[in-house]
Design a protein around this ligand. Sequence first.
Ligand SMILES: C[S@@+](CC[C@H](N)C(=O)[O-])C[C@H]1O[C@@H](n2cnc3c(N)ncnc32)[C@H](O)[C@@H]1O
Length: 263
Amino acid sequence: MKDTYYLDPRVAAGYDAEHEGREITRDDVPFYVGLAKGAAVQGQSVLELACGTGRVTLPIAAAGARVTGIDNSPAMLEVARSKSSGDNPRWVEADMTSFDLEERFGLALIPFRSFLHLLTTEDQKACLRRVHEHLVPGGRLALNFFNPDLVMMAGWLGARGRTRRLVEKQGEVERWERARYSPSGQTLDYEEMDERLSDADAVISRVYRNMRLRYVYRYEMEHLLALCGFEVEALYGWFDRRPFTDESREMVWLARRRAIPEQ
Ligand SMILES: C[S@@+](CC[C@H](N)C(=O)[O-])C[C@H]1O[C@@H](n2cnc3c(N)ncnc32)[C@H](O)[C@@H]1O
């Protein structure tokens, strides 16, 4: 099944409520807003890739930085637009592997693991090269994604990965999920199934959604960044800038644009 997860208007409509109050969505905003304020002080504007419903974009604009958010989901952008007015943020429907904007930015962001939606090395490089093209000399790129957790992945590799588990029941709708990892393809297939039940617990309707991510290891990312003209400034283990260690659940990257190396 093709990954159309974020194209679904029902996913877009429920996105903010679903992610509100999580540790990661609480802690990432001040980190990205802080970087954006630094760019704004220097008179530079900010570009956010895969901005979704504007969860990070809107606080950046509220902090006084000029920001453009791009996303390839009309449904997610519609929610973002409904929460803002005026020309800051600017919302653009575009793919993060092929966008082409007139403006040049001091800072580019790819928050909340969105880089993992790029499923091939070619797409990862295309995205980083688009970012490079859109940054001013010395401009910065900040992004985060999860640190592949081998113990958790191993748990899903056996029978558990073939079995759906009930995660919640809201009214008459039961949500089931399943996660399947492929260590050879470095992919995570996340499947969601919503079943609506009658009073007699008969299934009235069933909606399937799926999302595929390609997880990325630390040194793979270092190579990708170097190949596409970035120098790593820092790799943090969380948004409070603690060091990246064996215990880190997240990789929080800060990189700086330099000249693209000779091929
Ligand atoms: C996990 S959400 C993150 C949204 C937002 N950045 C946030 O932090 O809440 C991932 C977003 O990536 C977008 N996306 C996925 N692939 C994309 C692509 N190739 N180009 C642009 N946006 C993409 C989806 O539409 C979705 O809005």
